[in-house]
Write a protein that binds this ligand. Sequence first.
Ligand code: PGA
Length: 237
Amino acid sequence: MNYHVFPTYEALSTHAADFILAYVRNHPQATICVASGETPLLTFQKIVANTQPGDFDQVTFVALDEWVGIAPDNAGSCRSYIDAPLIKPLGISPDRVSFFDGLAPDLEAECQRVNDFIANKGGLDIIMVGIGLNGHLGLNEPGSSFESYAHVSELEEVTASVGQKYFQSETRLTQGITVGLKHFLEAKTAIVLANGPRKKDIIKRVLEEPISESLPATALKLHSNGHLWVDAAADAS
Ligand code: PGA
């Protein structure tokens, strides 16, 4: 696992955006899995601001996760957090993006649909995610198998309560649907981003604790091309 500390959230986001832009210029048919949440928002902004015509014409995006029971057009949905700041401004056509439908009547079939979408693209080139206060990646909560592809997860209390920050009014969150840790481990490049003092304790745990499914982010240590990029406020080295 490559650990790198950037002086500011701005510098971290510039680096992440430049990495993605350089990658798609060299790999025009890349498939990239991106996370929702607050962490990648500045990265998305910088990708959109610095993209050149043609950069994303053949790129495919996969949205990392979704809250079960939340409508796609809810401003707090994971989809909204990716669609509005990244997918729409880049003009990605609907056939080149996968979102989980948190309202799908058959969630297992929805997982299979996303698994097939990723498999048909030959797997993920890049997966770029944030980290939860409990060490989750996507909605792979503690205890999630490193062998799992897309699946439905039961949310821990901390995830359900921290998740309220995305919604305008109190919203019941009990389950998630998420790309699995096996997808994360099989991606050619895996990047975890963290910023701000709130993340310092969990970054310390990831750095110090052994690889274990009880701390999903330690999967990064199993990855042959895994990167943990943090700002100085989240640095725990
Ligand atoms: P955040 O969420 O980017 O809003 O901090 C990260 C996560 O919970 O995975």
